[in-house]
Design a protein around this ligand. Structure first.
Ligand code: BDP
Length: 717
């Protein structure tokens, strides 16, 4: 009996230990440092990597050294051969051994790194070198990535430096810890306990950011709360800034334009009023006493009800310059958002930002950048690039991308966004002739701008795995990698992420990569085929709502799809609103005709008859129906592909993705059914063969309610 009990207890303990060993909750992200699985690669690595040789010390250097140690211990074991040559880690200024090598680091700047190997006796010594400790930290992460993805070490020679100087996450986090549009739990800033207690995961957040080159973080929602500028909050901000500093991450805040009125009872927030100028100057000086390397502000003004200079008859340049002049002596800068549109709907919303900001080009202080979303409407699953890129030769742009999937199924749907971001980055503005891509406008090379920045609206919350959907981390990763080097391909980034996240087993890598790379087009197919846009459910934006027709016109769906018995789509050519006229003539020539524009933008710019013949030879109506069906079927295929990895991917993450894909499949079918049931009331044409007809009548879909979707500002403000 006693024996029996022992056995049971033993197996319970064993089971528990086994579960612990297998538990893979996603917390470690892409920094897992699991043992190198390929035996011959591992043995090759062991021959070339011994101890670490270094002689420096600083908070950042110490992080780099600890990371390298920890990474190598995980990948190669702490008992790895001490006979292999040591790795040399250092800057020429800090380490005489590195200085002796006389490496050419001149092109690396302050953040770049060099991974190389130099002859040493009969062997080669690996060197991680940089001009700064920050460069070394980035170099260590790059070196460990090299090993995690099992790349050959022989003749390693990688020199890399970022193309864009300021690479930021934007957290749309409120001081109450709710988060606008992010579904992965509450805000990771534990405001109430700060500054006394800094959550350990705050360090891990900074480490993850640094591993992909992110060097700035905007802590607060663009729909700003002035309270963060009060001393009680500035000391909390300082605690976060102190935590992030060694990782090379600067802290930024959003500035509420009416703060002088709200905090200190000034009578006005007029940017030209001397008392207001003094208030902001004093406030900014005060911020720097808390955070000496404070990065600056992001400002959303005169947009969706946010206060701004226009209330006082001033313009965006007056507003931005007020803050920029006070930040300049401290080295800070302003990202003034171009996401502006009036409450009075005067013209196609697509046109407004261009009109306002091109008129102000040349009037901004040098430390102002216009923060511009990738497209002119609002983070739709696919948008043509914003016409403002390339249109302000005197003023730089911060490209704003949305990592959180506000319109792409939140943290429930799988959508790898690198292909979408690459479409924007590679789009040609023709601002200085062919090849003036958005990427080159943003990295400063088209107009010779010094101030360069890119921002991603974060999808991180306090969920254990950071992003909710296990695949959501691929987007955090991809944003950082593209911010560092916009020339990287979506394929390479997916491949790196998959190997580091799920291991190097070939079937796992190829299947996961395929799932990732097809996923964005799939979401587009079932939610906004052929350039249909802004037809989502109002408010929370999760799911379809093409019938939505209440409230201000440019928040409805009917304003955008313009479906009627004569056809569908938004005519933005010269015969319509002529938003297309805001692009370069080369772009107009291509997109101006339904015959030459790519199908993906067709209904974004053209209103067409239901029987219009598309490039595939189908009628427009049939093409729309087939696209929805294709999207639904593709989710079905993703499910099968993912199911094939059962047993090859750890059970915990496999199960979560499996469950979410099931929901995505049902949601995709719901999109198809709801949209086709609705649009069919106009097209009056049958659902073509091969497309599953809607199961219910239109009323069913219209009346379907999801209550309390997280990330919905309506429930937060
Ligand atoms: C929209 C979001 C809204 C944001 C706004 C913005 O629906 O919650 O406040 O963008 O970017 O996408 O300011």
């Amino acid at each position: 009996m006693k024996n029996q009990l022992h056995k049971i207890l033993f197996s319970i303990v064993l089971g528990f230990v086994a579960t612990l060993a297998l538990a893979e909750d996603g917390y470690r992200l892409w920094l897992r440092y699991e043992p190198v699985s390929d035996a011959s690669i591992a043995s090759d690595y062991r021959k070339q990597i011994g101890s670490i040789s270094s002689s420096q010390s600083s908070p950042t250097f110490n992080l780099a050294l600890a990371e390298l140690q920890n990474g190598l211990d995980g990948l190669l074991g702490s008992d790895r051969s001490k006979k292999g040559p040591s790795i040399l880690l250092g800057t020429p200024a800090g380490n005489p051994e590195v200085a002796k090598l006389d490496l050419d680091l001149s092109a690396l700047g302050d953040e770049g790194y060099l991974l190389t190997s130099v002859p040493q006796k009969r062997k080669h010594q690996i060197v991680i070198a940089a001009n700064t400790d920050q460069g070394l930290l980035y170099g260590v992460f790059a070196f460990l990535r090299h090993l995690q993805t099992q790349q050959p070490l022989d003749g390693i020679n990688v020199a890399s430096s970022p193309k864009i100087d300021h690479r930021l996450l934007n957290h749309w986090d409120n001081l109450t810890r709710t988060v606008e549009r992010t579904m992965a739990g509450a805000s990771i800033w534990n405001w109430f306990d700060l500054p006394y207690y800094v959550e350990p995961y705050t360090h891990d957040y900074a480490r993850a950011c640094a591993s992909i080159g992110i060097n700035g973080t905007v802590l607060t929602n663009v729909n700003a709360n002035a309270t963060v500028l009060r001393p009680q909050f500035l000391e909390k901000v300082a605690a976060l800034a102190d935590t992030f500093r060694p990782y090379g991450i600067r802290v930024y805040l959003t500035a509420r334009f009416s703060a002088p009125v709200e905090i200190d009872g000034l009578e006005t927030a007029d940017p030209l009023d001397p008392a207001v100028i003094k208030w902001w100057t004093d406030k900014i000086d005060e911020i720097y006493t808390y955070v000496p390397d404070f990065g600056g502000f992001v400002v959303k003004a005169n947009s969706e009800g946010q206060p701004g200079p226009q209330a006082y008859g001033r313009d965006h340049a007056d507003g931005a310059n007020l803050l920029a002049r006070a930040l300049a002596p401290h080295g800070g800068f302003v990202m003034w958002r171009a996401f502006v549109y009036d409450f009075e709907v005067k013209e196609d919303r697509h046109k407004q930002a261009y009109t306002e900001f091109t008129n102000l080009d040349g009037k901004f202080e040098p430390n102002v950048s216009i923060q511009t979303k990738n497209g002119a409407i609002d983070f739709m699953p696919r948008e043509p690039f914003h016409p403002l890129f390339g249109a302000t030769p005197e003023t730089p742009h911060t490209l704003e991308l949305q990592i959180t999937q506000e319109y792409l199924g939140g943290d429930v749907h799988l959508a790898y966004l690198a292909p979408m971001w690459k479409e924007t980055l590679e789009a040609d503005t023709y601002a200085r002739g062919a090849g003036s891509t958005v990427a080159k406008v943003v990295d400063g090379s088209v107009f010779g701008h010094e101030l360069t920045a890119i921002a991603g609206v974060s999808n991180v919350g306090n969920e254990r795995n950071w992003t909710g959907h296990p695949m959501g981390a691929a987007n955090w990763y991809a944003f950082g990698r593209l911010a560092w080097d916009h020339q990287l391909s979506s394929e390479q980034i997916a491949d790196e992420w998959t190997r580091m996240t799920f291991g190097n087993e070939e079937s796992v890598v190829s299947t996961t990569n395929q799932i990732l790379l097809d996923s964005h087009q799939t979401v587009v197919d079932y939610s906004m085929p052929l350039g249909l846009h802004h037809i989502m459910y109002p408010g929370h934006h999760y799911g379809p709502g093409p019938w939505h027709d209440q409230g201000r016109p440019d928040w409805t769906s009917i304003y955008y799809h313009r479906a009627s018995e004569d056809g569908i789509g938004f005519d933005r050519t010269a015969s319509g609103t002529d938003a297309l006229g805001q692009y370069a003539p080369e772009v107009v020539a291509k997109w101006g005709s339904p015959e030459t524009i790519e199908d993906k933008y067709l209904l974004w710019f053209h209103h067409l008859d239901w029987d219009f013949k598309t490039k595939s030879g189908q009628t427009l109506w049939n093409e729309i129906c087939l696209a929805y069906q294709k999207g639904v079927d593709a989710v079905g295929e993703m499910r099968e592909q993912w199911a094939s990895l059962e047993g090859q991917v750890d059970a915990q993450r496999h199960a979560r993705v499996t469950a979410l894909l099931k929901r995505q499949h049902e949601d995709a079918a719901f999109y198809r059914d709801a949209c086709l049931a609705y649009f069919q009331t106009f097209s009056k044409r049958p659902i073509p063969a091969g497309v599953t007809p809607p199961e219910h009548d239109l009323e069913y879909y219209k009346n379907f309610e999801l209550y309390h979707v997280p990330g919905h500002p309506g429930e937060q403000w």
